[in-house]
Design a protein around this ligand. Structure first.
Ligand code: SAH
Length: 199
């Protein structure tokens, strides 16, 4: 299942001209498949997932293929056009909204999946996404650069969430920007699953 999902995701289109300012790096297919399959097992009771900073929609499509209803949100219209095309190709129930995640408001909490900017180009960009995830989510899957665990745990605790799973993963990153020297580079990342602490 995971493997065939990853193989399909591999066929989706990526950012045509990635915008450095927005830290547009796609999630690799294998990791998107890993997260979606895990969520389909642990969080099968969840109906809706929001994909914050969905980019070209690989996580949205993966979650959609696992049977979730998904809303992908991104500020970049060019990325969203590709995401719509990808979701049509996969024939999944995904809607896309052009919106800065900071201004997103929901009346009901939903599941969150996200590979946010790591905050390398724009400091604290990841913090903005986490803040919104804690504000709108009940369960959160989030990808961060290695070394974020303390920070994520503290922020989760402060916002009434607990980290239930941490996966360490090496993300093969394809050459995306001209200053990348190699075709592929392995970036260590940490994937967190967090859930609201019920009082
Ligand atoms: N989730 C996608 C893309 C990850 S790159 C994937 O996994 O492949 C991070 C994405 O966040 C980019 O698409 C970028 O356009 C988007 N982004 C950055 N800042 C944003 C903001 N403030 N509001 C909404 N989207 C934002």
């Amino acid at each position: 299942m995971k493997k065939s999902l990853a193989i399909f995701l591999e066929s989706l289109d990526l950012f045509s001209t990635p915008k450095l300012r927005l830290e547009q790096y796609p999630t690799p297919s294998s990791l998107a498949a890993e997260i979606a399959v895990t969520a389909s097992i642990i969080d099968s009771d969840q109906d809706v997932f929001l994909d914050l900073g969905c980019g070209t929609g690989i996580l949205s499509v993966a979650m959609g293929l696992m049977g979730f209803q998904v809303v992908g949100v991104d500020v970049d219209r060019d990325a969203l056009k590709i995401a719509v095309k990808n979701s049509r190709k996969a024939d999944v129930d995904v809607d896309f909204v052009q919106q800065d995640v900071r201004y997103l408001m929901l009346k009901k909490r939903a599941g969150i999946v996200m590979n946010p900017p790591f905050g390398i180009k724009k400091r604290h960009a990841d913090r903005i996404f986490l803040k919104k995830a804690f504000e709108t989510g009940n369960v959160i899957y989030s990808i961060h650069s290695a070394g974020s665990e303390d920070f994520v745990r503290k922020m989760a605790e402060f916002n009434g969430f607990q980290v239930t799973h941490v996966w360490k993963y090496r993300m093969p990153l394809r050459k995306t920007y001209h200053f990348h020297q190699k075709q592929y580079k392995l970036i260590p990342v940490e994937v967190f699953r967090m859930e609201m602490v019920l009082k």
